[in-house]
Structure formats: C-alpha cells, structure tokens
Design a protein around this ligand. Structure first.
Ligand code: PLP
Length: 509
C-alpha cells in the first residue's frame, strides 16, 4: 500500500523543546481566562451576558461555558480580521499541520469545501471530482458555477463501499481534455479518506496534479488525526496539495462544527481564501468553537503520536476480535491492499461488513442502539462504521465486541440479502450544475421524465453517490434505478418531492 511509512508534518531537524513550548500555548483560551479575570462589565452581545439572561442554560452547561460565549473585541481578537490571539492560534495550527496557512472554521468542513472550490475556480472552469463527493462538494459547484468532470464511481466488489478514484481514470480524463484546446482543467478534488476509512493513492494522484499543473483540493473531513501518527495514511499537506479541509470535530477532539482549512504553496493565494471566507462566514464567530480548535491543536501537537499509538493498538485489537465473530468481517490493510484504487486505510476505523449475519447495516445499527445502548456512526446496506478515537478505552471497545458477539449468536445467518442496486453510471450532462439549479423548473412524474434535464440532485444516502445531478439527462436506466432504490428502502435525498414519485426538471427540456 502507498504511504504506509510517512513523514509527520513537522520536518526534522527541529528544536523539540521550543516546539513543545510553543504548542503548549492556547492563545484563545488564555485570552478568555484573562478576560474573566479583568471582570469586564458587559454592554455587548451576546445578550445573555455571561449566562445571566439564560439561567436554564447556565445551570445545565455551567457558568464557565456561558462566560466563554463571547463576541469579537480587542483582547480576544476577531476571526474576520485576526491580528492578535486568533492570528497566533492560526499560525500554531499551520505549523502543527505542516501548512503555510491555517484558518479556523466555525461552520464545519462544509464551509472549508465551499471556500476551497470558490477560491480555486470561477464560472464554467473545469474541476475533476469523484462522484461520491460529500454534498458540500456539490453545493460548492452550484455556488461557484464550476463545471465538474466526474471520475467514474466504483463499489468494492466484496465489501460494498465506494472505492477511491482510479489514477488511470484521472490520467484518461487529462489526456482526453488536453486534446481539446478550448478546455483547461483548473482543479482536482479528492477525499482522504472516505467515511469508511479508505484513502486514495494520494502520492500517485498528487504527482498527476503536479504534472498537469492543477490545484489539488482535498476533503480531509475524516483525516485530522492522520497528521500526527506515521502509521496513518499520508496527508494532503504532506503530498503538496494546495488546500485541505479537516473536521477537527470528527477525530481531532474539537467541538462539533469546529474545523480547519489548510493552505500550502502558491497556486491559491492567502488573500483569495481570506476574501472568500469573509463572504461565507458569520460575523459572530463562536469563541467556544474557536478555543476548542486551539486546545485540540495543542493536544495533538504535544501528545498526538502517543494518543494515536494507543488508539491504533485498541482498534487493531478490536478488529481482530470482530473478525473472530461468526458472520462479521472488519477488513484491514491486508484485505484492502489488493485493490488497486486503495492507497491506504485508516486503521482506527472499524468498518464492519455485517451481511454474513443475514442482516443489513441498518438492522445492526438499530439493534445495537435498542438492545445494547450502543450508537455507531453510520450504516448502509452492507456495513456499519464505528469510529474509534483517542477518547476511547478498552472497556468501551469490549462493550461493542460483546454486543456484536451476542447479535451474531442470535442472528439468522446467511442468506437474506436485499443487495443495494448496482449504480447505473454517470448520465450525460448538458448544462453545468449551477445553470440547471437556477433554471425555471417544473415538476413531472419520475416515470415520464426520460430525456428531460434534471433540475435537482437525486442521491441515495448511504452510500452517498448521486444517481443524477442538476444539468444531467434523465434516462430510462436512471428512472429504473431510482425505482429500485425506493423498493430497496434506500433513503433518497435531494428531491423536492420526498416520496420520489415526481422529479424537478429544467422547464421545457
Ligand atoms: C466526506 C465528508 N466531507 C465533508 C463533510 C462535511 O463536514 P462537516 O460536517 O464538518 O461540515 C463530511 C461530513 O460528514 C464528510 O463525511
């Protein structure tokens, strides 16, 4: 597998003592502490004034949390124009993640993905994207007006989850497009790793992006921890990507919604990203979220490797135990390695194929919650995904393993499978997503929509691969696939008609 050994983001040699001293600092939290000590009389928002105006909330969450819910002012800086402690926190984050610049995000990686695509591309400029991109990638295409070229999706033949892009498909797209003088590709978008912990061949694909001189934009929503342990997959910054967005709140320890955007190199300018973030961001950035990014960065920079070593030991042990349970397979690097699309795998993630129990992932998710009080992160037809982080303990993993053993003992066993209908491939596109999205639309019955231009996205989630996007042509195959998804009980998203009996098409198409 690619990238099984890797450099950590801070290159040697460096002064470890000085590094630890710097990263022991949490500038935003320190400024908040100083602020309380001054005993400021508040004639500013938020109007709850340190919780006095919302006693129920104060009682529940504690006074320290309410006092920390402040808005921008000189001593605690302003995310819209960081000159003090937020600037320092961003500089420390950039160093910890090996980036030239880091930007605190208080509206999740979603806003980071919007910012990176809006910074890299304008109206009708071309970007190569995986079909199984998160919905934020699709909304960024609508916001920017960029024109996507989709990498054909593929599902793992044994485990049933979407696979990362094949570098050969990316090469073919470049060689086809490079023959057309009037078309230039500006960006390449990747996911590192997927929800299932599967990472692309990042080294190979980043070399293609470099050779073709395009910006590499990476969705690392599930990869914040990769930056702090050599056994975890390679990172976007390490392979020279231009931008990456990380959901620190998923695996990095920050509060929900708190993410980071990282930038490196000269392809996308700091000023461009700052201007775009300024458009996208609230003017009232939460200090709870920002200080949680600061403390999470400090913890990862100081102790990340040790914490993740323990996490990996725990997850590796749990995977072995799960693989000993009848009806379950939790693939690890050995099982995934032979697939040429997979570059590496996040071993902290427990991606468990449950079909051998004679159940689907949704059944297992429900049973775990109802009968064992265990909530897993995600389920689909074939799989459940349990997230293991440095917050976990052996006892907690034992609880999961005991429940899975019990479930296996009382499950029907093979067979039962209502297989997820095979994806029909990407339909022809005649308009870019933004033009179709903003066109006048009419609603017609799905059955009669053959040949019309679709005005909305139809997606079964999971696995989250859109069946059709705005601007693409409805075909008989697509109509039949949507009907098959409905019959299989898939959750269909994106359609104005939630029964999926009707579809919005571009008027007159
Ligand atoms: C692959 C992927 N990208 C992006 C996002 C968006 O991240 P956030 O929830 O931080 O906005 C998610 C969220 O689940 C995701 O799974």
């Amino acid at each position: 597998m690619e990238g099984i050994t890797k450099e950590l983001s801070v290159s040697e040699p460096f002064d470890k003592t000085e590094y630890r001293k710097r990263h022991n600092r949490k500038p935003i939290l320190e400024a908040l502490t100083k602020h309380f000590e001054e005993g400021i009389v508040p004639f500013h928002v938020p109007g709850h004034k340190y919780g006095a105006g919302n006693p129920v909330m104060k009682e529940y969450f504690g006074s320290r949390m309410m006092e920390s819910d402040l808005n921008a002012m000189n001593d605690i800086d302003d995310l819209a124009n960081p000159l003090g402690v937020i600037k320092e926190a961003q500089e420390l984050a950039a160093e910890a993640f090996g980036a030239d610049h880091a930007y605190l995000l208080i509206n999740g990686t979603t806003s980071g993905i919007h910012a990176m695509i809006l910074s890299a591309l304008g109206q009708r400029e071309r970007i190569i994207v995986p079909r199984d991109g998160h919905k934020s990638m699709y909304s960024a295409l609508i916001l920017s007006g960029a024109s996507p070229i989709f990498i054909p999706p593929e599902i793992h033949p044994e485990f049933g989850f979407p696979l990362p892009p094949d570098p050969a498909d990316i090469e073919s797209i470049f060689s086809e497009v490079n023959q057309i003088q009037s078309i230039e590709i500006k960006g390449l978008f990747l996911i590192n790793p997927s929800y299932y912990g599967v990472a692309p061949r990042l080294d190979t694909i980043s070399a293609i992006a470099r050779r073709e001189d395009v910006a590499l934009l990476v969705d690392e929503a599930h990869g914040s921890h990769f930056y702090f342990h050599p056994d975890l997959p390679p990172t976007a910054m390490e392979v020279g990507a231009s931008v990456s967005a990380l959901s620190m709140h998923k695996t990095g320890g920050s509060l929900t919604q708190a993410s980071l955007l990282l930038r490196k190199g000269n392809r996308i300018h700091n000023d461009t990203i700052r201007n775009i973030l300024d458009i996208l961001r609230t003017s009232s950035s939460s200090y709870l979220l920002m200080s949680s990014l600061d403390t999470a960065r400090s913890q990862l920079a100081l102790d990340g490797e040790d914490l993740l070593e323990k996490t990996l030991d725990l997850a590796r042990w749990a995977r072995k135990e799960i693989n000993g349970i009848s009806g379950l397979i939790a693939p690890g690097p050995e099982e995934l390695k032979p697939n040429h699309r997979i570059g590496s795998f996040d071993e902290t993630r427990l991606t468990i194929c449950v079909n051998g129990l004679g159940l689907n992932g949704f059944d297992v998710e429900r049973a775990l919650r109802k009968d064992y009080r265990i909530q897993i992160e995600m389920a689909d037809f074939h799989t459940v995904v349990a997230i293991v982080t440095f917050a976990d303990t052996r006892e907690r993993l034992e609880t999961l393993i005991r429940a899975l053993k019990d479930l296996s003992a009382r499950s029907p066993g093979r067979p039962q499978l209502n297989r997820f209908p095979d994806h029909p491939g990407v339909p022809p596109r005649v308009m870019n997503p933004r033009d179709a999205f903003y066109s006048r639309k009419s609603r017609i019955s799905l059955e009669e929509s053959d040949g019309s231009i679709c005005g909305e996205m139809i997606m079964a989630y999971p696995p989250g691969i859109p069946v059709i996007c705005p601007g693409e042509v409805m075909t008989r195959e697509i109509i039949e696939h949507v009907q098959a998804l409905k019959e299989a009980g898939a959750s269909l998203q994106g359609m104005a008609d939630t029964t999926a009996a009707n579809v919005q098409i571009v008027e007159g198409s």
